[in-house]
Design a protein around this ligand. Structure first.
Ligand SMILES: [Zn+2]
Length: 499
């Protein structure tokens, strides 16, 4: 069995999904959850891109013990220096540097000749190697690069010290057979390839990211770059849960294993969905709500008689349990801390205090608190960090004999309070208009969806919103057992993200 390294780029490529924006506290929780799940390399960001990116990578590097922490860097001196400074506190560090090698990128983006590109690769990989032992090089748009030049670029990077060479299908153009053959050709035509790990980085524009990544493994790749829930620019990246479960379920065919503890997959998927405010489609492979629904559906008879009739995986494999009661009104701080630890959540003292208060409030209103409730509560709480406006007051009147009216009070980061009442067409309309007026905001609400987190009439609701402001898209998330309150928080979160 070959061990395939899982390189997670949820915090870098995944965060480039339209609307996804994570604050530092949220990125830290995701990194800790990825580490607990057994991810080999965490690409924590792109250090030079912004001060926030740098800070997040640096904080994550200080907290992660087992996984390698990686920063992306263009093949430029200042990028590599920033990447190195950001990952410095990590026990295991990697610099991932890239330079485009396809004709179209060289000519129009970089305005470089091939000879210049090779020289730049050599110089910058060497520079990264002076700083860390573990260096990854990516020829960006590798799949559309002229093969002979790709082999040369890879050879030069390895000679300069790269220990992993990553072949990206940056625009999601490849098909599985072609991508597999390209990896096989690299193995054949690059003389020093034996000494390094070949990696695949596939995008999902044509829905083939997972298939292409697996074809790469079949042809000699030892690392897959992927994201939780398949997040990423445009149609996203290869989904971590899909490549991992495919390798596990079809071990007979791929003859490969990963270090991923698959029982963590469901929790990490939900956490990432909440924190990025991007919900998972119900029919999504592995982590969609319907992926294991046949357990209660029309195939039940077959499944009950003999599991293998319709089941190739078990819900337990990814950590789905039948709604098991976890906590209630009388649970104390220790009980809560224990459950959170099981979920891979680590909070500091101040965060724990706030979360415990909110847990008590929730337990007063809701009898049974499930893991899903805790994940929603934590996500909602983390979103209040570093926000410009916080919700201080919400009061709503509505019904069939009255005009919907909302009274909203917001506090800004300078401590200034403002309250306003608005009459509108519906209660949420009234709340959102009130928020707009206080924040002097002009955003268009593109999407609004509300979901019960668990079953039961007293269930908490989670609300996902998407807004457009100054031609950019921002997402928001809010959870509460009051649906209007959850709606208000979600919209305010999206708005705060835009500020
Ligand atoms: Zn990418």
């Amino acid at each position: 069995m070959k061990n395939i390294k899982i390189f997670d780029t949820t915090l870098r490529d995944g965060e480039q999904s339209p609307g996804a924006s994570l604050n530092i506290a949220e990125k830290i929780q995701i990194a800790l959850a990825l580490e607990k799940m057994g991810v080999d390399i965490i690409e924590a960001g792109f250090a030079i891109a912004s001060q926030d990116d740098f800070k997040a990578i640096n904080k994550i590097a200080g907290k992660i013990k087992k996984s390698t922490v990686c920063s992306l860097a263009r093949a430029k001196k200042e990028d590599i220096e920033a990447a190195y400074q950001a990952i410095k506190p990590a026990r295991k560090k990697r610099i991932h540097t890239f330079l485009a090698t396809s004709d179209v990128h060289l000519k129009y983006k970089l305005k470089m000749t091939k000879t210049q590109a090779l020289r730049q690769i050599e110089k910058m990989v060497k520079l990264a190697k002076d700083k860390v032992d573990d260096v990854e090089f990516s020829p960006e748009d590798g799949f559309r690069t002229e093969p002979k030049f790709l082999f040369k670029a890879v050879e030069v990077a390895i000679l300069a010290g790269a220990t992993t060479v990553n072949i990206p299908d940056t625009v999601g153009y490849a098909t599985p057979r072609e991508f597999g053959e390209l990896i096989a050709d690299i193995c054949k035509n690059v003389p020093n390839i034996k000494n390094v790990v070949i990696s695949a980085h596939c995008h999902n524009d044509l829905g083939m990211a997972t298939a292409n990544s697996l074809a790469a493994v079949k042809n000699g790749a030892g690392q897959i770059e992927c994201t939780v829930n398949g997040l990423g620019e445009r149609a996203g990246n290869a989904a971590l849960e899909e490549v991992v479960m495919a390798l596990k379920t079809r071990k007979d065919y791929f003859k490969s294993v990963t270090n991923i503890k698959t029982k963590e997959i469901a929790t990490v998927s939900k956490l990432v969905s909440n924190l990025t405010s991007i919900s998972v489609q119900p029919n999504k492979a592995i982590v969609g709500a319907n992926a294991f629904a046949h357990e209660a559906g029309i195939h039940q008879h077959g499944v009950l008689s003999k599991k293998e009739t319709y089941e190739i995986m078990e819900a337990e494999d990814i950590g789905l349990k039948s709604n098991e009661l976890v906590l209630g009104k009388h649970s104390g701080k220790h009980g809560l801390a224990y459950r959170l630890k099981n979920l891979g959540i680590t909070l500091d003292k101040k965060q724990m205090k706030e979360v415990f208060e909110r847990f008590k409030e929730l337990a007063d209103r809701k009898k049974k608190i499930y893991d899903e409730d805790l994940l929603a509560l934590i996500s909602d709480q983390l979103k209040t960090e570093e926000q410009k406006y916080s919700l201080e007051l919400l009061q709503v009147v509505c019904g069939n004999k009255t005009k919907p009216m909302a009274m909203v009070g917001l506090k800004d980061s300078k401590g200034k309070n403002e309250e306003i009442s608005v009459i509108a067409n519906g209660p949420i309309d009234a709340v959102y208009r009130a928020i707009d007026r206080i924040t002097k905001n002009k955003a268009e609400l593109l999407e609004f969806s509300i979901k019960a987190i668990t079953s039961g009439k007293d269930a908490q609701a989670e609300v996902f919103t998407k807004i457009r402001k100054n031609k950019r898209i921002y997402s928001g998330y809010g959870a509460s057992n009051d649906i209007i309150l959850a709606s208000a928080k979600s919209y305010l979160n999206a708005l705060n993200n835009s500020l």
